[in-house]
Design a protein around this ligand. Structure first.
Ligand code: B12
Length: 134
């Protein structure tokens, strides 16, 4: 399965991005890593160009909300119904809790949302989700 990944918006935290790339490859995914400083429109173009099964967005600096709130609009412009949309990292600023953040990012159009969740736990959830939905 193909995964497009990268770090959204003006975010330059690169370490997690490298770990995500390696971890996905170890799990057998074909990875298209757009790296840091990637805008939502660029992610969507890459999903179309690669015919990806999953878009895995990472955000660490707390600014994901501003960069991701137009996801539904972009999703409505093309048939993305077979694509799993996933986001994780530090999705809010400071100590914001998941109970507030998860529904917010789900309302933006993400299927799987992980705020300050261990990477491998998130990837286990992705594989379980794909088992059920694909
Ligand atoms: C190194 C670092 C930097 C470096 C980055 C260098 C580089 N090119 O990577 C520098 C100094 C440049 C930097 C800058 C900034 N940083 Co900084 N930085 C850090 C620091 C110390 C470590 C980040 C890191 O590499 N961790 C190691 C990796 C492996 O861990 P990780 O990033 O947490 O990722 C793990 C999980 O988040 C998770 N994960 C990540 N993505 C995903 C996705 C999914 C789907 C899943 C399931 C899991 C997942 O898995 C990863 C592996 O376990 C953290 C604090 C900390 N101790 O975490 C702050 C931190 C991330 N930075 C922070 C901030 C605020 C900034 C700045 C805005 C500071 C400023 N005022 O300028 C700028 C942002 C610049 C920008 N445009 O993005 C904040 C974010 C706060 C928030 N979200 O609430 C943190 C948390 C520090 C803090 N406590 O305030 N930073």
């Amino acid at each position: 399965m193909k995964v497009v990944t990268g770090v959204v918006g003006n975010d330059i935290h690169v370490v997690a991005n490298r770990l995500i790339d390696i971890s996905l490859q170890e799990r057998g995914f074909e990875v298209f890593n757009l790296g840091v400083n990637t805008y939502l429109e660029e992610f969507m173009d890459a999903v179309i160009e690669t015919d990806a099964d999953v878009l895995l967005v990472s955000s660490l600096n707390g600014e994901a909300e501003g960069w991701c709130r137009d996801l539904q609009i972009l999703k409505s412009q093309y048939d993305f119904c077979d694509v799993v949309f996933m986001i994780g990292g530090n999705l809010g600023v400071g100590e914001m809790d998941s109970q507030a953040l998860v529904p917010k990012f789900q309302s933006y159009g993400f299927d799987l949302v992980f705020h300050q969740v261990d990477l491998n736990e998130g990837l286990d959830c992705l594989e379980a989700f794909l088992e059920v939905h694909r």
